[in-house]
Design a protein around this ligand. Structure first.
Ligand SMILES: NC(=O)c1ccc[n+]([C@@H]2O[C@H](COP(=O)([O-])OP(=O)(O)OC[C@H]3O[C@@H](n4cnc5c(N)ncnc54)[C@H](O)[C@@H]3O)[C@@H](O)[C@H]2O)c1
Length: 350
């Protein structure tokens, strides 16, 4: 029943995800998961069998230690036992740049034979948790996954599942691809959508809205310097797609605040018109933790991808992508529709 995954990018999202495997496997708590079992799979069925990074603080360490090393600031919630999985050196390419180099330095070790690593560890799925805008690196690892004949989960905003040439490559290799840009469990994008939708359902005309966030950690730094425009487009478009009527919507990251660590503060502002043309204003602040917000959805995506592997599904898997990502192939679906699509996929109806 194991689901063997390789993690590329042992950063904050990886730390929360791996800690989550042991947190839920120990039965410490059952709250916080969207699905305790999905298609019969429990969280304890997820096994990380290989890991790749480039940071000199992580290479050569056991994964259980590497997740608390270097630029990782995701909270330590549990002691992870020694996993016997050594973090192997990848190819830096565009994964580091001037600003993030202040947070983590690249190891001088040569790149490991990634295809061989994926094959010898019997990896079934690669979970790509590289920084935003590391397009060359994401594509390099996607090629290695194709060569090794394993599925690929693209949590980054780099366009793979929404790029027809990449979809064709995975189709030809006979393995599944899901993405792009992970959707948080209960982050600002999904909350923003749900509030706007409910307002529309109740007859309010949405006039304008914004969600501006500030965060700490390397990913916020990276977003500010390299992926601000791309992330802004994906988030704004994802929110607009939830609305029946056109409205002025802006959503994105507006600054890097180092002392926030792995957390993020979002200012949400909504202006609508309701009964008798009267104005309604919602002014909210959301405080969230990035790693935790990615973990629950990643657990669902990994288990749903195992179903795709068993069914020998290949190329972009739309229902999983629509459920778990902000920029899925075929366009963003509203949250209820996306959940139904995932359920129909698991049941084998689509
Ligand atoms: N809630 C979430 O955590 C969330 C939500 C949406 C999207 N995402 C996406 O997930 C990704 C990871 O986020 P994070 O917060 O863990 O980032 P992070 O910066 O904490 O971790 C990135 C890791 O990748 C490593 N890395 C950089 N270049 C590499 C290369 N070429 N090869 C191998 N490793 C390399 C870094 O050393 C670091 O350990 C980002 O693309 C982010 O946009 C996360």
């Amino acid at each position: 029943m194991n689901i063997n995954i390789a993690i590329i990018g042992v950063g904050n999202a990886a730390s929360a995800f791996i800690q989550g495997i042991y947190y839920y496997s120990n039965g410490m708590d059952k709250d916080g998961l969207t699905y305790k079992t999905l298609a019969g799979y429990r969280v304890s069925d997820v096994k990380v069998v290989a890991a790749i990074d480039i940071s000199k603080d992580k290479i050569g360490k056991d994964l259980s230690e590497a997740i608390f090393s270097g630029s990782n600031e995701a909270a330590k919630i549990i002691d992870v036992p020694n996993l016997g999985v050594k973090v192997e050196m990848g190819k830096p390419l565009d994964g580091v740049f001037e600003e993030t180099e202040k947070l983590y330095q690249t190891s001088s070790e040569p790149c490991t034979d990634i295809v061989n690593l994926l094959k010898t560890t019997e990896t079934e799925l690669v979970l790509c948790l590289l920084p935003s805008s590391a397009d060359k690196a994401v594509k390099f690892y996607a090629e290695r996954a194709i060569e090794a004949g394993v599925g690929f989960i693209n949590a980054t905003p780099t366009k793979l599942a929404t790029d027809k040439d990449w979809v064709a490559k995975f189709e030809n290799a006979g393995v599944p691809l899901v993405g792009d840009d992970l959707q948080d469990q209960i982050g600002s994008t999904i909350l923003h959508k749900l509030i706007l939708q409910e307002m529309e359902h109740r007859g309010v005309k949405i006039v304008e809205s914004y969600a501006l966030d500030v965060g700490g950690g390397p990913e916020s730094l990276n977003t500010i310097y390299r992926a601000r425009g791309l992330k802004r487009d994906i988030k704004s478009q994802s929110i607009k797609s939830a609305l029946k009527n056109d409205a002025e919507i802006v959503a994105g990251t507006s600054d890097y605040v180092p002392h926030l660590g792995n957390s993020r503060n979002t200012l949400l502002w909504i202006v609508g018109k309701h009964f008798n043309g009267q104005k309604i204003v919602i002014d909210m602040k959301i405080q969230s933790v990035d790693g935790a917000n990615g973990g629950a959805i990643l657990m669902d995506i990994v288990r749903a991808c195992k179903v795709a592997l068993i069914r020998e599904e290949k190329g972009a898997i739309m229902p999983i992508s629509a459920y778990g990502f902000k920029n899925p192939p075929g366009g963003t679906k509203n949250p209820d529709e996306a959940k139904t699509l995932l359920a129909d996929f698991i049941l084998g109806h689509i």
